[in-house]
Design a protein. Structure first.
Length: 614
């Protein structure tokens, strides 16, 4: 790179003006180096920028009398420190709205410094790897100065700018900055990736960002089929799934057959991949991040991260207390768009604790100084390494219980006590959610019964209302056979007690049919520990529609396996003599009849093999 580009900066820029510099991997490094070296007579220049893959030396303390940064996204220690010390400003704004700040003269731009590819035979340069807000800045600025870099990929979509729209072109070759792939060999990220992959249907369209969790999600999407992409950014992980044939975009309902994005960051291999690739369209942020456009994709999966989530579902994503850390970015745009999409799912993913494990990231209230980026009304799912909390349509009480369930176990009791201080849960809600590790890493089993998909999982405290609905769905005959009476009421308190189970001792499982956020209990099985004899008493009940379909057998088989792993020696059951279907389930599982204590009742017992508990 030459020591000087020969730019007479006094001709194009005056003290006190506002300039924009290109974003992400398209920072015009040579132009900024030349401005720093040869624009010393200029003072009080406001630099408006997004995230920049750069050393950001113009934000160093020794430059504060020449430049002041105003950033829409805080990235890197240099910018973060400048904002913290008051030498730089952070302007929170939805990604979809940033372009309008330029075009509507809310932040009028005097000069835009951008990086482009060499012009084609028609005189058009490509904005390459970063169209995002650069397109609007180039359109709105009074003066446009472009670094023409032969290493800038030519990308398609709405990524072109004609040479007549550029006031000064400077040829200077520079390698594009690369963003190393973050390894996913982290058990927490891996588990979160598995849970999110379970939420993504074949044929869905996805949006996600960069980082360890997002890379883990992409890893576990490797067996999906015909995924599509409508995302503000794409990375090496997206490229890998395209090359593998997982991402085909065939089932997209908006821009079918094409990846839609506004910028890419990653390796040189990724930059080579997008170069002259007609299957990838780069469009401005006001188009890609428009919630209305996002919603035109059926089954839109918006996957974003957070710093903390409070027990009502409020998401903090740009600040740690009073310290501004990142930015709003596209999170709200995509959460809103996905929530409006047919079959869409806005998902927030985060580890349950801080990196040192000392603090919960599921919190009773957001910490002082922190700001809500995504409201409690936007999010449908919150995912940690302990599971998926489904929030859509949930009351504050139900949300709190769902989120406590996916918090780290060592913080669950403390979170429940904090919730009780605000009367979000009734006084009789005492039991914190307990995992059932015997159900495997994801905490549930997927079942296929009568041609339909179901989940076998633990009953949770947040299932209180669902259990009430399940009870009131039964006929008198079912109630008589199950309870040996016809109870007429399942009060909220009684239902709460039934779902609030210490799953480390007793066991309460259910089979649910889930369609998005709509969940209905179809069968319940439970056993009660009898410590004196190291045994348990077992019972189950199934919704009439699915009786005889094998649900009771699935529940019983699972409970027997768990009882064996826990080292119990026997299981007991008490069944009405006229309840032949239930008797058949127990007898086929190996239970034997014992002399009954009560007339009309059959006592059954299953002797369990020696403990297999590790």
């Amino acid at each position: 790179m030459p020591s000087t580009l020969g730019i007479d900066w006094k001709k194009y820029l005056k003290s006190g003006q506002r300039i924009f510099i290109g974003s992400h991997a398209a920072v015009p490094g040579a132009l900024m180096d030349d401005l720093l070296a040869h624009g010393r007579q200029l003072h009080d220049i406001e630099i408006v920028q997004l995230l920049t893959l750069s050393d950001n030396v113009w934000a160093n303390p020794d430059q504060q009398h020449r430049f002041k940064v105003n950033t829409f996204f805080i990235g890197g220690d240099t910018i973060r420190q400048a904002v913290a010390e008051g030498r730089a400003d952070y302007t929170p704004c939805f990604m979809s709205d940033i372009p309008h700040l330029f075009t509507d003269d809310i932040l009028p731009l005097d000069v835009a410094l951008i990086m482009v590819s060499p012009a084609d035979q028609h005189g058009y340069h490509s904005l390459g790897v970063s169209v995002d807000v650069v397109a609007a800045a180039a359109k709105a600025a009074k003066t446009v100065i472009a670094q023409v870099n032969p290493r800038m990929p030519v990308t398609y979509g709405q990524s072109f700018i004609h040479r007549d729209q550029i006031d000064l072109c400077i040829d200077c070759e520079q390698p594009l900055p690369e963003l190393p792939l973050v390894e996913t060999d982290n058990e927490v990220s891996e588990r979160i990736g598995q849970y999110i992959a379970l939420l993504v249907d074949n044929g869905a369209t996805i949006q996600l960002g960069v980082g360890r969790i997002c890379n883990a999600v992409l890893k576990y999407l490797g067996n999906h089929k015909d995924l599509g992409v409508h995302s503000d950014m794409i990375t090496d992980g997206i490229m890998a799934l395209i090359q593998k044939g997982v991402i085909t975009n065939r089932q997209k309902t908006f821009h079918p057959g094409k990846v839609v994005t506004s910028f890419c960051v990653g390796s040189q291999a990724l930059y080579n991949f997008v170069h002259h690739n007609p299957h990838i369209g780069f469009y401005p942020s006001e188009y890609v991040n428009s919630p209305a456009n996002i919603a035109r994709n059926d089954r839109m999966m918006a996957i974003n991260s957070a710093i903390e989530v409070d027990l009502t579902g409020q998401v903090v994503a740009d600040s740690i207390g009073h310290q501004f850390y990142s930015g709003i970015g596209g999170q709200v745009d995509f959460c809103r768009g996905a929530s409006m999409s047919a079959g869409g799912k806005p998902i927030i993913a985060l580890p349950s604790t801080t990196e040192d494990g000392k603090h919960s990231r599921i919190v009773p209230h957001i910490r002082e100084g922190a700001g809500v980026v995504t409201s409690r009304g936007h999010v449908h799912y919150v995912v940690t390494e302990f599971g998926v909390a489904s929030l859509r349509g949930k009351s504050i009480r139900e949300r709190a219980l769902e989120l406590i369930r996916v918090a780290h176990p060592k913080f669950r009791h403390q979170l429940l006590q904090k919730v009780r201080e605000h009367y979000w849960v009734p006084h009789y809600q005492q039991q914190t959610p307990v995992d059932v590790p015997e159900l495997g890493k994801v905490g549930f089993k997927e079942l296929r019964i009568d041609g339909q998909s179901f989940d076998l999982r633990p009953l949770n405290p947040s299932d209180e209302r669902r259990l009430q609905e399940f009870f009131y769905s039964h006929t008198k005959e079912t109630l008589q056979l199950r309870y040996n009476a016809v109870p007429t009421q399942m009060s909220r308190e009684k239902s709460c007690n039934l779902v609030s189970v210490d799953q480390s001792k007793d066991l309460a499982l259910c089979i649910v049919r889930q369609k998005g956020s709509a969940v209905q209990i179809q069968a319940v099985g439970r056993y009660y520990l009898l410590p004196a004899s190291n045994s348990c008493e077992v019972a189950f009940v199934t919704r009439e529609k699915y009786q005889g379909k094998g649900m009771a057998k699935r529940l019983l088989d699972t409970m027997i396996a768990i009882a064996c792993q826990r080292g119990l020696t026997a299981m007991l059951a008490y069944v009405r003599a006229d309840n032949q279907p239930m008797l058949n389930v127990f007898i086929k599982a190996g239970f034997v009849r014992l002399p009954a204590d009560e007339p009309g009742e059959v006592t059954l017992k299953l002797s369990l093999p020696k403990a297999t508990k590790e």
